[in-house]
Design a protein around this ligand. Structure first.
Ligand code: ZLM
Ligand code: CA
Ligand code: ZN
Length: 396
């Protein structure tokens, strides 16, 4: 298939794909929204399209203890490595009441092989970052990463190890400034916090913001870093708070507008993009109206900036939609989005999981009817205005 359709590795432009099939063998519990097997679905669709012929494929290794403690507290990592798993299947009855490091509750359960899962996610993102640093990849992809809520010494929101922070720390060895962009429907609070006090990383998160009703409740428009002007991190956090129902047109225009201005002022040497797919229409947790087209246009836009780019996964709770988006975004990375058939290949294992055979379903196919859009143009204009003003304090 790949050769028939002329999908081959182009000379002079390298995309690397970092993945370990061991990751998907882990289970958070029967009804837990996080399903590591969405990675299997993604990988199988990417392969069915023959995209592996156009990339360098690496079986990611597990991150070492030393690599994990480059950011995380050693007592936290020690605990992760030795804590006993809760009995399976996980349900409300066997949750651990002792939430040491926020572990063992319903969001961050203690499952069999947890430490292995965490180190594989971290290892893939570290491998991806190192390929960029060594100039051996132009785009490095780690769909198993993107776990943006994990804190230095605490698990949070399905995230235990912050692979993004580990990867950015690698990029900072080579690049003076790194831009972090987060299109997951949740606020990228863990990454923001890690680089709060430095002007070498600017974080930009687009998310649903409803402090009392939506996790994690942080990421207001006015939260832009340390309040003290003497702190180098001041003004280096950008938050784009959104409401349910945002459409492709609004999101894409907001994204391009903001990122263009950020690039102009901040002039990063590399970009780290978290592609959480829970911002897609039809997600189990998110309630935006984004199609694969709108979501992936962010990847396309970042690619066109021609800077070393690392791409992570993240959230995404309707596996068939996650696999569609991350497959299409892999196609964008290798430049084949316009050459692949939108009909899902017949020989895809798990083909039934996709329900309908198109890679790019319409909003009607996904939801029947789009959700009410609660984002007014006025509010979106205010956001752009605030960001523009904030950026006056950034750069030389
Ligand atoms: N309850 N089971 C996004 C992380 C979102 C905190 C409210 C748990 C769930 C959710 C867990 C099976 C990323 C909160 C929710 C019920 C306290 C969240 C286990 C359903 C279930 O059925 C479930 C028993 C579970 C968790 C829903 N949790 C929905 N939303 C958020 C965390 C992570 O996408 O950004 C990156 C990967 N937590 O709202 C509660 C406050 C726990
Ligand atoms: Ca986000
Ligand atoms: Zn999320």
């Amino acid at each position: 298939f790949a050769h028939e359709h002329g999908i081959n590795k182009p000379k002079g432009y390298n995309v690397s794909f970092h993945y370990n099939p061991e990751m998907e063998k882990h289970h958070f519990g029967m009804t837990h929204p996080m399903k590591p097997w969405r990675l299997t679905l993604t990988k199988s669709l990417v392969s069915a399209y023959g995209m592996n012929f156009a990339m360098d494929n690496y079986t990611a290794r597990a991150a070492t203890y030393e690599e994990l403690t480059a950011y995380h507290a050693s007592d936290y990592v020690d605990h992760l490595a030795t804590v006993a798993p809760q009995p399976q299947p996980l349900d409300m009855e066997n949750l651990n009441p002792d939430l040491k490091f926020n572990l063992g509750g319903s969001d961050c359960p203690l499952f069999e092989g947890l430490y292995n899962y965490c180190s594989l996610s971290g290892g893939a993102s570290l491998d991806a970052a190192r390929k960029l640093c060594a100039n051996q990849s132009d785009i490095a992809i780690a769909w198993g990463g993107g776990l943006h809520h994990a804190k230095k010494a605490e698990a949070s929101g399905f995230c235990y190890i912050n692979d993004i922070v580990l990867a950015i720390l690698q990029l900072l060895r080579v690049h003076a400034r790194v831009l972090y962009i987060d299109i997951d429907v949740h606020h990228g609070d863990g990454v923001e916090e890690a680089f709060f006090s430095t002007d070498r990383v600017m974080t930009v998160s687009f998310h649903k913001y409803d402090p009392l009703n939506f996790f994690p409740g942080t990421g207001a428009l006015e939260d832009n870093g340390p309040k003290s002007e003497h702190n180098p991190g001041a003004h280096h956090a950008i938050n784009v708070p959104l409401n349910d129902g945002i459409t492709d047109e609004q999101y894409t225009s907001l994204f391009e507008n903001i990122i263009t201005k950020v690039i102009e002022k901040f002039r990063p040497g590399a970009i780290a993009l978290q592609c959480g797919a829970d911002s897609l229409a039809g997600d189990r947790l998110g309630k935006f109206n984004l199609l694969v087209q709108g979501h992936s246009s962010c990847v396309e836009f970042c690619k066109k900036l021609n800077l070393p780019l690392i791409i992570f996964g993240g959230g995404g709770y309707t596996p068939k939609n996650v696999a569609r988006a991350w497959t299409y975004e892999t196609a964008i990375a290798i430049g084949h989005q316009h050459h692949i058939p939108t009909q899902i290949p017949i020989h895809t294992p798990w083909r039934d999981r996709f329900k309908i055979d198109t890679l790019l379903p319409t909003i009607q196919q996904i939801l029947g009817e789009p959700r009410q859009n609660r984002n007014t143009q006025k509010k979106l204009t205010e956001i752009v205005q605030h960001v523009t003003e904030q950026l006056r304090f950034v750069g030389a």
